[in-house]
Write a protein that binds this ligand. Structure first.
Ligand code: SF4
Ligand code: SF4
Length: 459
């Protein structure tokens, strides 16, 4: 009588095991235990095997979703003899496309709605969010439109859940976004740090409101510092766009998606409560975007199986190299993406610096000052990180003073001073008009401060 051949015991190929534990659950003989050591190759924690009692039933091999992690001994031998199945040769990039659209009449939209339309035109079909005033109308519009476009709207359990949904969606190479407001944005910062570390794109539209704490729902530029300097722990920066009109809410949101994928990074569109609710004429672009699929993504198909999107690098030298690469990326963003509007700055002796809603009032003040014979101009950062110092520096030879107008406790002025310092420029005479708590700077107080400063520096 022929002897029954022993059934092959499983072999673990650690680099491929993601530690999901499915094999642990199915083994009736307790041969498999969750692991404790991170595998430096994958950054994950593979299981451990003790096969003394293994009968070779093969249930664990069947349960394993990774085709190369837990395999029968015969296959393990063949895999070892064969070339590795090219886990580190990513598939070709599927490029994004621009699709022309017919000209349409302009719409009249509120800021949050304009931003939602900008996201849809940029190809965003995944929205994750948690309602928070004064940003909720943007999410509402996405909830109405996305299902009809074959997209996904998910009201998450919290802001923390939101940012982690975005982490997953961005890791799959898909454009995603959220609308939030200051207390909600604060809750997302850890996840944004993860996304920056793992180089995952995603767009955060933060309609800022007054703080600290829950504050109120009035407009304040309360998150400038957070967005420019505090996107979570570690070496974190991301482009921060500061719209001032409903048109820019659309344009900058669409631009944010472009930047997010160009640089593999989260991007923040920093609006304020006033701008979010403000209604204005909005022209639609003549093109919309059809997103591609980046070669680095992990969309869950076989072709991208070898990719790993992860912010965990346990080996110190490797983590340092990663940080240096991030610094190099920040330098590229700083060199290429500084944006600003200059209004009547050519001959300005007094330069008002303002962004978001306060910039609208400051622009009116500049016109009034010009009518009085005061040579004033408005410098409006459209990116607050990177601060557009390259556009400001040429004005500094003629300008005798700067007046910073903001709805915060000096957060914009701090960015300005830091940018001047890094550029090796003396700060010169800088004054400010600041309001807080949901109160925006009024034209009268800007004019009073500007007249007084102008008279002072002319003496
Ligand atoms: S082959 Fe069967 S007994 Fe052996 S480790 Fe897998 S599930 Fe357990
Ligand atoms: S061997 Fe497979 S099933 Fe088991 S933990 Fe690893 S990936 Fe999951």
């Amino acid at each position: 009588m022929a002897r029954m051949e022993a059934r092959p015991k499983p072999v673990l190929r650690e680099d491929w095991c993601k530690g999901c534990g499915r094999c642990v659950e199915v083994c009736a003989r307790s041969c498999i235990a969750p692991g404790e050591q991170v595998n430096p190759g994958s950054g994950l924690v593979p299981i451990s095997l003790r096969l003394d009692d293994c009968n070779g039933c093969g249930l664990c091999v069947d349960a394993c979703p990774e085709p190369y992690a837990l395999v029968a001994a015969g296959l393990a031998g063949r895999l070892a003899a064969a070339r590795p199945p090219a886990p580190w040769a990513p598939p070709p990039e599927v490029p994004a496309e621009r699709v022309p659209v017919p000209e349409r009449r302009p719409l009249v939209l509120k800021g949050t709605h304009a931003s939602a339309v900008g996201a849809l035109l940029a190809g965003c079909r995944h929205f994750f969010g948690y309602p928070i005033t004064p940003s909720t109308e943007g999410a509402e519009l996405m909830a109405k439109l996305l299902p009809a476009l074959g997209g996904t709207f998910l009201q998450a359990a919290s802001e923390v859940a939101t940012v982690n949904h975005m982490y997953g969606c961005g890791g799959a190479g898909r454009p995603s976004m959220t609308f939030t407001s200051s207390p909600g944005f604060s809750l997302m910062l850890e996840g944004i740090s993860y996304m920056i570390g793992a180089e995952v794109p995603g767009v955060f539209v933060d309609v800022m409101r007054a703080g600290p704490g829950l504050g109120n729902i009035g407009p304040e530029q309360s998150d400038l510092k957070l967005a420019c300097r505090g996107l979570g722990h570690g070496n974190t920066h991301a482009p921060v766009l500061a719209p001032a009109t409903p048109q820019e809410m659309l344009d900058f949101t669409a631009l944010a998606f472009e930047l997010a994928f160009r640089y593999r990074t989260p991007v923040v569109v920093l609006a304020d409560g006033h701008l979010g609710q403000m209604t204005g004429k909005v022209s639609l672009p003549r093109e919309l975007a059809r997103p591609g699929l980046p070669s680095w993504a992990v969309p869950g198909d076989a072709a991208h199986r070898g990719n790993l999107v992860c912010s965990l690098l346990l080996e110190e030298a490797q983590q340092e190299r990663h940080n240096l690469a991030l610094l190099e990326k920040y330098a590229r963003v700083t060199a290429a993406e500084q944006r600003a509007e200059l209004f009547r700055c050519d001959d300005a002796e007094l330069v008002l610096v303002a962004c978001n809603s306060p910039a609208r009032t400051a622009k009116g003040a500049v016109q009034a000052l010009r009518a009085e014979g005061i040579r004033a101009g408005l410098f409006r950062p459209q990116t607050v990180w990177p601060f557009p110092i390259r556009h400001l520096a040429p004005l500094l030879g003629r300008a005798r003073a700067i007046l910073v107008v903001e709805a915060s406790d000096g957060q914009l002025e701090d960015e300005l001073r830091l940018a001047l310092s890094h550029a090796g420029r003396a700060p010169g005479e800088i004054r400010h008009v600041r309001r807080l708590g949901g109160v925006l700077p009024a034209e009268g107080e800007i004019l009073a401060a500007a007249r007084s400063l102008s008279a002072e520096v002319r003496q």
